[in-house]
Write a protein that binds this ligand. Sequence first.
Ligand SMILES: [Zn+2]
Length: 445
Amino acid sequence: MKLYNSKINQIEAFEPIESGKVSMYVCGPTVYNQAHIGNARPIVVFDLLRRVLVAGGYEVMMVSNFTDVDDRIIQKAKEENVPESVITERYIDAYNKVRTGLHAEGINATPRVTETMDGIIAFIENLVAQDFAYEVNGDVYFRVHKIKDYGEISSQNIDDLLVGARIEANTAKENPLDFALWKNTDDDGIKWDSPWGRGRPGWHTECVVMINDEFKMELIDIHGGGQDLKFPHHENESAQSKALHNHDLANYWVHNAMLNLDGVKMSKSLGNVMWAQDYIDALGSNLTRWLLLSTHYRLVLNMTDELIEQARTELTKVSQAYSKAVITLQREQAEIGHVFDAETYTSFMAALNDDLNVANANVFLFETVKRLNQLLRIKDVDVEAVSQLVVTMEMMLNVLGIVLERVVLTDADRATFDAWEQAKLDKDFERADVYRKTLSEKGLI
Ligand SMILES: [Zn+2]
C-alpha cells in the first residue's frame, strides 16, 4: 500500500506499527445539523481505504468520533427549546443513516465528547502540569511556541502563521497562535466542573484523548479527515500529542480534498448546501457512492449533472453485465463457483493500493465487464468462464463498496425466458414481445 502522507507531502509506502494490523482514526462530524454531500466524501474515502486494507489482509481497527459538545449545538437546542441531547441524538441518527446509505458501516467505535469528559479534563490538567498549557481567568490555552515543529501537518511555519494570525481584542493569550483547551462559561448551555471552574473543552483535545483511549496507543497508523481539518484542528491535535508524548499522534495523515457543486464551493451563505441523504434517496446508495469515488480523493470533486450521468452510465454498464451473467448461469443450471481471475484482481488491487487510484482500478473492472459481455453473446455459453468473471467482479465491487444482489430466478421466470426464446425461434415476434415485456418489468433484462 502506498499513501499520500500530508506530513511530508509525498506518497510513501505504508508500514503499520504492528505487523498485519492497522489503526485508523477519522475525525467525525459536529452533530448540529444534517450531513451535507461534502461531509459524505470522507465517509466514502476512508471506508474505501479500510476496505482496501482489509482486502490486503490487514486487520483494521477504525474509530470516528461524534463532536456532541459545541456552541452551534447549544444554539440549536435553544432555538428549539429542547435539551442539547435531543439535537445531538437526532443528528447522530441521521449521520449513521447516511453512513449505512453509503455502505460505510465498518467502524469499530464512535466515541462522543460527552462520554469522554473525564479523560479530556485529565489530559488538559496534564498539559498544564507540564507547562504546555496555562490558565487565565478560568480559560486554558496551549503554548504553541513550545512545540518545535508546529506547522508540520499543514506545511506552514510559526513565523508565517504569526503574520497571518488574527489579533484578538480582549484576549489574555500569551501568544496569538495559542489555542483554547478549556473555556470558562456561565451561559446556560451544557457545562462541566473542572479544576479551572465550570466550562467546556475546546475542539482540539477530544480526538487525541479518544485515540489514546480507543486504541490504547499513543501513536496510531493513520489519521484521516477532510482537507479543511488540516489547520488548525489536526495541527493542534498533533501539537498536544507532541507535548505530552514527545511524538506525533499518527504516522500517516491522510486528507481528502473538498467538494464543489457546479464549480462553486458549498456554503450556507450561498444557499447551495445539498444534504447527503437527499442524494442517497434520489440516486440510491450505489450510485451516490460511485459518484463520490469518481474523482481521486486528493482532487476537488466537482459535482455536476454531467458527472452524475457519467457515473450512472458506468454503474449501469457494470450492473447490467453482472445480472445478465448471473441469470445466464442460472438458466444454464450452472453454479457460481469460487474460482476467480487472479491476474485481473491483482491488477485491480495494485491500482487501489497505489494511493487509492479508483480510476486505474476501474480499468480492470470495465475490462472484465467487456469480457463478460463477449462471453454472453456466444450461443454455447462457457459457464465456467462466466462464473469466474462473475466472482472476480463481485470481489472488485466488494472492495469498492458497491453492492449488487445476485438475482434468483423463480421457476416461472425460467419458463418465461424459455418461452421468449422459443417465440423468437418461431419468429412469432408478437408473442416474443409479450414475454420480453414481462421479463423487463421484473427487471430481469
Ligand atoms: Zn479530530
